[in-house]
Design a protein around this ligand. Structure first.
Ligand code: PLP
Length: 453
């Protein structure tokens, strides 16, 4: 994609947009007066320009969704072509873009998941997956992990296990939270993966039994938790969850909203462990977020429940033609340009060695972990105690200083609490990725200053 910096006129228009934003736009998850949002005037590939025309390397993929980078010409052209042909149809009609998107998505999914229900994004995908699981099993309770994110709508935020749930907790959502398998901060005192897997699985099964397995409709899990810390489950954990949900007649919902569509170096993150969930939710990477789209991939068993029985759910834009045309073009482009393979290569050849070198060099780096284009750097004040550089659910002057330093170096990071995530597009050019990692390396000196002793 051609990277043409904004003109003086575009910068002037951006300033006006910023004023209007402050006058009229209400932003997510924020106290409105504390904000000074960054304007993005334009973007190309892995680069974006802010309101003053300064260029940044986008290491955030926005909210970890532009897996193919910005403005991929093939996907932009597909959206144009669809817009010229048919912008919208009601969900009850057949549409070629939707049919083809469903075919491609089910082709990527494990065997035995052959239907797709389309939504507008990830939260409503999870809402529908849970509704399907409840109707299919005739049970109500849903189990989900602490340190997870499943979306901002009412049920999805109640299912979520991060601090954003707390002010939204309705107390009657039928959700039970359990402790995740997270070796670096093990809740079970584990020091090895094998211990963590065994203990976390025992904990989950104990809780299911104590809550009454016959009341549990679903266990929902991010295959690799994303915003919560990019902590891949230890070996055997997802397989164990699959086994115990099957044993108790519980539906296993894999939330692949962030981890799916190549992010981890696999099409779906659970492919690495060979598990087959009953329901898979997706959004973001399915079309890189060029047009809002999410959905649920449904097992044949659950599909059978709704052959004769009405599924009581729907939405005006289910399988929107523009969004689905973008998904078709995105999946085809990812295949043709071998982006999933490239993500794996970037992860192993460039990101892992760089992050492991950070851990050697910077005392503030407590842990580095990830795969593909999905990595976290966890910053601590003390490697022994693992005291985070910002409290869980909070920020700190030191974290803010690190983030400011990264931005000053011309890199747009994704940060959460005490972590910096390295989540570039799957096709970021090697030299841009190396340049961005060098900026992070320098910014970590700022974090080192906060380390005890
Ligand atoms: N699930 C996961 C794992 C996510 O990361 C997100 C968004 O970040 C969601 C669900 C919610 O998706 P959306 O914001 O499209 O509703």
């Amino acid at each position: 994609v051609e990277a043409i910096p904004p003109t003086a006129e575009e910068i002037a228009a951006g300033r006006r947009a910023h004023e209007l934003d402050r006058a009229h736009v209400f932003h997510s998850w924020s106290a409105q007066d504390t904000l000074n949002p960054m304007t993005i005037l334009k973007a190309a590939g892995s680069e974006v320009w802010d309101g003053e025309g300064r260029k940044f390397i986008d290491l955030s993929s926005q909210l970890v969704n532009t897996n193919i980078g910005h403005q991929h010409p093939r996907v932009v052209a597909a959206i144009h072509a669809q817009a010229g042909k048919l912008c919208t149809v009601a969900p009850q009609h057949v549409n070629d873009a939707r049919s083809e998107a469903a075919r491609l998505i089910t082709e990527l999914a494990p065997e035995g998941l052959n239907h797709v229900f389309f939504t507008n994004g990830g939260a409503d995908a999870n809402e529908h997956a849970i509704r399907m699981a409840r109707l299919h099993t005739g049970r109500r309770k849903v189990f989900s992990a602490y340190r997870s994110y499943h979306g901002g709508t009412d049920l999805a935020i109640n299912v979520t296990g991060d601090p954003r749930r707390v002010p939204n907790d309705t107390g009657d959502a039928g959700v039970v939270h359990f402790l995740p398998a997270y070796l670096y901060r093990s809740y079970f005192g584990s020091t090895t993966e094998a211990e963590e897997t065994a203990r976390a699985l025992k904990h989950l099964e104990d809780m299911i039994v104590l809550e009454g397995a016959a009341n549990v409709a679903a266990v929902i899990l991010e295959s690799v938790p994303g915003t919560a810390g990019i902590y891949a489950p230890p070996a055997g954990y997802l397989e164990g969850v699959r086994e115990l949900t099957r044993k108790h007649g519980i539906m296993f919902i894999a939330d692949e909203v962030m981890a799916g569509f190549g992010r981890t170096g696999e099409w779906f993150a659970f492919d690495r462990w060979g598990v087959t969930p009953d329901l898979v939710t997706f959004a973001k990477g399915v079309n890189s977020g060029y047009v809002p789209l999410g959905g649920v991939v449904i097992s044949d068993d659950i599909f059978d429940t709704f052959r004769q029985r009405v599924y009581p759910g729907g939405l005006t834009y289910s399988g929107h033609p523009l969004a689905c045309a973008a998904a078709v073009a995105t999946i085809e482009t990812m295949r043709d340009e071998r982006m999933v393979e490239n993500a794996r290569r970037l992860g192993e050849e460039i990101i892992r060695p760089a992050l492991e070198a950070f851990r050697e060099k910077h005392p503030s780096v407590g842990d580095v972990r990830g795969s593909g284009a999905f990595w976290a750097i966890e910053l601590v004040r003390d490697r022994e105690t693992r005291e985070p550089l910002a409290a869980y659910g909070g920020s700190s002057p030191e974290m803010n200083a690190v983030i400011a330093e990264i931005k000053a170096g011309g890199v747009l990071p994704f940060a959460n609490f005490n972590r910096i995530h390295v989540v570039p597009a799957l096709n970021i050019p090697d030299e841009l990725l190396r340049e961005a990692l060098a900026v992070i390396d320098r910014a970590l000196d700022v974090a080192d200053a906060a380390v005890a002793g």
